[in-house]
Design a protein around this ligand. Structure first.
Ligand code: DGL
Length: 273
């Protein structure tokens, strides 16, 4: 029976992670699920994000995914711990769920020279303090400055980021971050939607500030994970098959899919509850 890597995001953003996984592990079958009907997750409560994320993960388990990547920082920040600690051991002991925060924090401290790192994310990710907490464990000398960017996910979801108003909000949050701490030399795009804004972000960010995006990093860490967990690796079918599911209308999803992912795939609408 066919078995795939499950990749979950609240919407389109996780396609940036899917793309990196596909580049580095081209034979691995993947199923992508975007919960576009209920996105954005960013400002939702802890309980709601937990419930939505669990529903998505269970859906991917039923699609025969032995491992699910939460390619959503908001879900990784707010729901991953609960799923790993309380749900998997009791209900799905042979399944794995991984997030995107840990792989990022393991590396980011090596990049900064000034010791000041900026984290840009959704309100949910920033309020959770997951990045400062995790970074301080691994790089206690690094100072973390956070900036919540509540307009950025809607700008991606609605594809309005190149309009004047969109560009205004991209510049605004960068300026606010750098005003808090001008010594920042490394900025983490701590939301999988944000790489889609990368060209615009780079335009407004001083040249000496490095942008750190997660897609390739998560894919690299997944390769390492498979080396250590051959039981999971051996379960994944390796015919290079990609399926893309959305909880929204598939026609709407496909317009974004071609724009952001540059592919000829088409999505399928699914009901996950
Ligand atoms: N891609 C999600 C993240 O990484 C966006 C969250 C949202 O839907 O607001 O945080």
């Amino acid at each position: 029976m066919k078995s795939s890597i499950g990749i979950f995001d609240s919407g389109y953003g996780g396609l940036t992670v899917l793309k990196s996984i596909q580049n580095l592990l081209p034979n691995y079958d993947c199923i992508y699920l975007g919960d576009n009907a209920r996105a954005p997750y960013g400002a939702r409560s802890f309980e709601v994000i937990n419930q939505y994320t669990l529903e998505a993960v269970e859906y991917l388990f039923y699609q025969n995914c032995p491992i699910v990547i939460l390619a959503c920082n908001t879900s990784s920040a707010k729901a991953l711990r609960n799923i790993q600690k309380n749900i998997l051991p009791n209900k799905y002991p042979s399944k794995k769920v991984l997030g995107v925060i840990r792989p990022t924090t393991e590396e980011v401290g090596h990049f900064t020279k000034t010791g000041y790192v900026g984290i840009m994310g959704t309100a949910g990710t920033i309020v959770s303090n997951s990045y400062p907490i995790e970074i301080s464990k691994l790089f206690p000398k690094v100072q973390v400055v956070q900036q919540s960017c509540p307009m950025w996910v809607p700008l991606v979801e609605n594809n309005t980021f190149l309009e004047e108003g969109g560009q205004y909000y991209i510049k605004k949050y960068i300026d606010e971050l750098l005003e808090k701490e001008p010594r920042i030399d490394t900025v983490v795009l701590a939301c999988t939607h944000y790489p889609i804004l990368k060209e615009s972000i780079e335009k407004f960010l001083p040249k000496e500030v490095k942008l750190f995006d997660q897609g390739d990093l998560v894919a690299d860490k997944l390769i390492e994970y498979f080396k250590r967990h051959s039981i999971i690796d051996n379960q994944i079918s390796k015919s290079g098959n990609i399926e893309i599911f959305t909880t929204e209308e598939s026609e709407k999803f496909d317009e974004h899919l071609n724009l952001f992912y540059n592919s000829n795939y088409s999505s399928k609408t699914v009901q996950i509850i």
